[in-house]
Design a protein around this ligand. Structure first.
Ligand code: SF4
Ligand code: SF4
Length: 205
């Protein structure tokens, strides 16, 4: 089991989060989770369920039951490749892929994503760049990704970086691309976050 795998242990009901199911049901795409019949079609059709610590069916069941900590710490939400197979096949039209997105968002905000897992780090770094500058700058994004996951990759990719530099496809000193009126963007993002808290987003301790 890797360091970021979810801990599987017996839990007592008072340690669950009774609001978590409603919180995800109120997120875009989560509306139908309470109509899940636990048929397992999503897990059966998922091409990656064999690598997940909890299958998509279990993630839906645990979300409804309030296993917030286990769900947000699971590798499932990061291994999900957003192929939409589960959403297409679900007999109750549950948007499982969108549920995964809602869970990823909450894991990132709660800062409990697996620290060196590239997908989670990439998502967080992308968000931070866009939040700060209104645009993504690929060279900064990739550098931050390597530094926070596997710094050796910076060395391995240095030849490629040099070639891009010589062909003028990469600046010597990468400066962030930025939009005008970034303060307006901050206001919008702050308003969204305030509304999410009003709608019942509860951070994980
Ligand atoms: S396919 Fe749909 S109804 Fe069946 S377990 Fe998965 S989410 Fe639930
Ligand atoms: S969207 Fe994610 S959970 Fe659904 S089938 Fe594809 S990889 Fe599996």
């Amino acid at each position: 089991m890797t360091e970021w795998s979810a801990k599987k242990r017996i839990k007592h009901e008072e340690t669950l989060d009774p609001h978590f199911g409603d919180e995800i049901a109120n997120a875009p795409g989560g509306e139908a989770i309470f109509s899940c019949i636990q048929c397992g079609t999503c897990s059966g059709t998922c091409p990656l369920s064999h690598s997940m610590d909890y299958t998509p069916r279990r993630i839906i069941a645990m979300t409804r039951a309030g296993f917030k900590d286990e769900v947000l710490r699971s590798n499932t939400i990061w291994i999900c490749a957003s192929c939409y197979s589960c959403s297409v096949e679900c007999p109750r039209n549950i948007k499982v892929t969108d549920v995964m997105y809602a869970l990823k968002q909450r894991a990132l905000r709660a800062r409990i994503y697996p620290k060196r897992f590239p997908i989670a780090v990439l998502a967080r770094e992308f968000f931070q760049l866009v939040r700060m500058f209104g645009r993504n700058t690929e060279s900064l994004l990739v550098t931050a990704l390597f530094l926070k996951t596997n710094p050796l990759n910076l060395v391995k990719q240095s030849v490629l970086g040099l070639k891009l530099l010589l062909k003028g496809r990469m600046p010597i000193i990468p400066l962030p691309e930025r939009i005008k009126k970034r303060a307006d963007l901050q206001k919008m993002l702050n308003a969204v976050e305030r509304q999410e808290k009003v709608d019942g987003w509860h951070p994980v301790e």
